[in-house]
Write a protein that binds this ligand. Structure first.
Ligand code: GLC
Ligand code: CA
Length: 556
């Protein structure tokens, strides 16, 4: 495996709208991010992924871009962005932006021009088809946010355009070389600014199954999941290789792909030494309990399922390259609410989950607030929901026969809003996020769970993450922590997740993933306890007596 500059780093995702507001308008912004760079540096972060800050109507919170070359005024200016890149660099931090190029906004000039002249140059930037009222749509695929992927082209009742996401997110036609060149030009423009690279949004969707065709309906709406066509669409790698060649490789840029359900044979092509991405997210744990009927039917992952999914992903990634590990992001519930048993809010359990994930082989990404153990947002009414995905899933749940209260409870567990409530910096009004009224309500627990409180407390979640990151950067251990193989230890012991890292210099990671105590036989004497999320360490006769949710990293 060729060594890369990013391998040993720890990454941190910022959702700018909810991170830090510098001017009191209730919306997080780039100057807010700049003001927190010292905080990130002290935590040990060396890569920051910013969710989109480009100009956007924010129909999907910035994942609908109307101008790739400008910053949305709500987030700041291009001068702020340049300053952020420069200030981050001074602190050894690379800034990674979100690259949303499967689709743009319907307010982008390209789409406006396509509407003005669908037969013209810009009409070919999108997927547009003739269609007449009463006729069948070109195919029966269901969009990610519900409903058919086809909507009438504004101003043209006899035409429809394709959007796999919201109707305000028209898909860009990657079959058109002129469009691809426009995108590469834009990517290089950003890389020239000194950006570290990109997180690449929804990228697997760029290859469509053409000619379009129907698949058997999988719900009463007569539509079928987009997944079916993605399984059949061949050749996404050709586009991805071309993009890497024309852009990222020239700059040795870091890229992390948002890829679900890649085909097994694609992994080396995607994340190998010459891969079209540097890495991609491991979503194996996220996909546990998924149900094709909708969020309302999803089940909560158990510790045993979590362990199995993580170990499978580790084994799969090893020969190919490095995956990126997460417990949450801006599309997911909070990891501690999702992966820990209902009602389990202890700091021991939170640090156990964080530690087990962080110590896996791969690039660790923290999501803002994860480092203090932020939890899901309580919902008492559907009117409190902002996220378009949640609103759709609520309707799906109602149609399946759930009562309003049941539907709300079911979708609230999974809502993307959970991770989007403002960052909890301190216990004062506005949680230190804003001096004004936050655009989205704060989690009422901010008076208890916040950065200021945890910074001052040695046994806090925050200080624990700081120690995890320090271990990854410690020259004595970095080689093993970054490159060592993951070898499961006692994989059949119930609610125990344990693994070795590396072969020669053995590190053993052990987590008692349950509230009850359990005994764990150790394979060799303990030379050093490198990390422990509890004060106690009770080992005798080669047996480690672990209280509930203890997590340790041992040198053997
Ligand atoms: C990705 C983003 C998500 C967005 C979608 C469409 O999954 O993470 O937030 O809604 O793509 O761009
Ligand atoms: Ca602001």
């Amino acid at each position: 495996m060729i060594r890369k500059w990013w391998h040993g780093k720890t990454a941190y995702q910022i959702y700018p709208k909810s991170f830090c507001d510098s001017n009191g308008d209730g919306i997080g912004d780039l100057r807010g991010v700049i003001s927190k760079l010292d905080y990130l540096q002290a935590l040990g972060i060396e890569i920051v992924w910013l969710s989109p800050v480009y100009r956007s109507p924010l129909a999907d919170q910035g994942y609908d871009i109307s101008d790739y070359y400008s910053i949305d005024p709500r987030f700041g200016t291009m001068a702020d962005m340049d300053e952020l890149i420069a200030e981050a660099k001074k602190r050894g931090i690379s800034i990674v932006m979100d690259l949303v190029i499967n689709h743009c906004s319907d307010e982008h000039a390209w789409f406006q021009k396509a509407c003005a002249d669908p037969e013209g140059e810009y009409g070919r930037y999108f997927y547009i088809r003739d269609w007449h009222e009463g006729e069948k749509l070109p195919c029966n695929w269901r969009g990610y946010f519900g409903g058919p992927v086809w909507s009438p082209l504004p101003g043209h009742p006899d035409k429809v355009y394709l959007h796999l996401f919201h109707r305000k997110q028209p898909d860009l036609n990657w079959e058109n070389p002129a469009l691809r060149q426009e995108l590469y030009k834009m990517i290089n423009w950003w890389l020239e600014k000194g950006l570290g690279g990109f997180r690449i949004d929804a990228i697997i969707n760029i290859k469509k199954l053409i000619p379009y065709r129907d698949f058997p309906a999988d719900r009463d709406d007569g539509l079928c999941s987009v997944q079916r066509m993605l399984e059949q669409a061949k050749g996404v790698g050709i586009f991805l290789d071309e993009m890497a060649r024309e852009t990222f490789r020239k700059y040795d840029a870091f890229t992390v792909g948002e890829v679900f359900n890649e085909k097994p044979e694609e992994l080396p092509q995607f994340i190998g030494d010459d891969g079209c991405f540097s890495t991609m997210f491991d979503f194996a744990e996220k996909l546990i309990g998924d149900d094709p009927r909708g969020w309302y039917a999803c089940t909560k992952p158990t510790p045993e399922e979590y362990k199995a999914a993580a170990f499978r992903a580790q084994a799969r990634a090893l020969p190919a390259g490095m995956l990126s590990n997460i417990i949450e992001n801006h599309d997911e519930p909070r990891g501690v609410s999702h992966f820990l048993p209902e009602g389990e809010h202890s700091e021991a359990a939170k640090t156990l989950l964080g530690g087990l994930n962080f110590m896996l082989r791969g690039l660790p990404f923290l999501y803002q607030g994860q480092e203090i153990g932020m939890e899901n947002l309580p919902f008492s009414s559907i009117d409190q929901v902002d996220d378009i995905n949640t609103l759709d899933e609520y309707q799906v749940a109602l149609q399946a026969g759930l009562s309003e209260a049941e539907a709300l409870a079911a979708v609230a567990r999974m809502s993307r809003d959970n991770a989007r409530s403002p960052m909890q910096w301190d216990g004062g009004a506005g949680a230190g996020f804003t001096s004004g009224t936050p655009w989205m309500r704060l989690n009422p627990n901010y008076t208890r769970i916040n950065v200021a409180e945890q910074q001052g407390r040695e046994d806090s979640v925050l200080r624990f993450y700081q120690r995890l990151i320090a271990l990854r950067r410690d020259p004595a251990w970095a080689e093993t922590v970054v490159y060592g193989e993951t070898i499961p230890y006692l994989p059949r012991q119930h609610n125990l997740m344990a693994y070795f890292r590396g072969t020669a210099q053995k590190l053993l990671v052990i987590g008692n993933f349950q509230p009850e105590a359990q005994d764990v036989p150790l394979p060799a004497p303990v030379r050093q306890v490198l990390l422990n999320n509890l004060a106690q360490f009770d080992c005798d006769g080669g047996i480690l007596h672990m209280p509930g949710y203890q997590f340790v990293v041992l040198a053997l």
